[in-house]
Design a protein around this ligand. Sequence first.
Ligand code: XMP
Length: 512
Amino acid sequence: MDKSKVLILDFGSQYTQLIARRVREFGVYSEIVPFNHEIDKIRDFNAGAIILSGGPSSVYEKDAPQIDKKILELGIPVLGICYGLQLLAIHSGMKVKGAKEREYGHAKLNILKKTLLLEGLKDNTSVWMSHGDKISDYPDDFLITGSTKNTEIAVIESDKRKIYGVQFHPEVVHTKDGKRLISNFLFKISKLKSNWTMKSFIETSVKSIRTKVGKEKVILGLSGGVDSTVLALLLKKAIGDQLIPVFVDNGVLRKNEFTSLMKKFKDDLGLKVIGVDASEDFLNKLKNVKDPEKKRKIIGRTFIEVFAREAKQFGKIKYFSQGTLYPDVIESVSVKGPAATIKSHHNVGGLPEKMDWELIEPFRELFKDEVRAIGRELKLDDKFVNRHPFPGPGLAIRILGAVSKKKVRILQDADAILKEELDNFNLYNEIWQSFVVLLPIKTVGVMGDVRTYEYVATIRLVTSVDGMTADWYYPPEDFLRTVSTRMVNEVKGINRITYDMTSKPPGTIEWE
Ligand code: XMP
């Protein structure tokens, strides 16, 4: 049996992705599937361990998500977290009932027995609880190895059945020794191999890309972001000149980005990139379009039209490649609901459903920090690797409402100032993403003795691990003062600056 992979069944917890990340951080490949993934597929995946995530339901609720009991007969160690534990409990003959006092947030874990699972965890270590149900009776072959003040049965273990469960969330940072517990489960209990490295990923994907592509050509849309650039380097390594990287100026890039990146791609990275100035085409099609989704669709479609136009000079092209990441494709309960199909978010902002090219998306299983690590392996410089994410639809979704040349110029100028000052104040690498949003409203101001009536801009700075959730960043006052003074003084068309103090959720990172 392959002992180097973990399958995570998702019961709808907001933390499911974190479980996958934690496992991968230990060099073990993990994948998330919905809780009702078919048993044959689960068997075929050949996991060395299975983890059941938490979830918002209560096990006895009508329609509460269940597991196929056959999973517990596969002989694979299973760890249940929170709701996952409760499912394991009822399937093992225990009782689960609503607790008198619900336990949320920090709790102290009382370690009752030092087992392999709890090895190295300190007694009274802080754990993160988020549940209201409790387990009561338990069969003889189970050990209760941990408890908290309000939860008598907080850790259950049965070596005989290879079933383990914790009522708290070891995957969140608030559980101090959580990583230790996960590593104990992976290596001490499940005896998994740690062989998931970015180096090994590069080797395997270079081989599989070569086999798949053969002598065909691959067109790649470069966006100027980290993902597509790293992808270009990977594809170049795999198929050399069969790769046709295309970088399109869609008229909504950052200031001077097209020129400076063309130079970087060609001179520093040795890519034979085709540069296409299609800005007029894009801006014309975007004229007077206010609806954010329509803007995305127009941009996605126009990208493909431009690629198709350019591709003609290279004869027949079979493949189109893009840097879609795992968070965009996870078929996860927490993202979409049990019956939903895979969420398809595309880097270029909504590809048409029917395309003449077959897709190659080598990063479909990767998180952003893994792509960054591949970039480093492929000798992409740190400054580029650490670039903030930039969306495919570019500044078009940061100019609220209709896009015009004038507004693009205003936003580019403001955005350039923000970037300069983040560098000057040495803040760029503390932040996940930084940008300016141009609002479609004007306010009155006074400059010199003259009344002004200009646009309002908002600064958005967020910290995040993977863009799925984010916190707004609390910047130093002198940084904010400098940026706001410079923007109002130097950018013609803006006379008021505001700061966005919204986390995700409930907000999203982008405004549109
Ligand atoms: P939201 O706004 O959904 O964004 O919180 C999460 C992350 O995704 C980026 N984003 C996009 N990236 N095409 C992209 O390539 C898109 O259409 C798109 N929309 C949002 C966003 O910048 C953030 O990093």
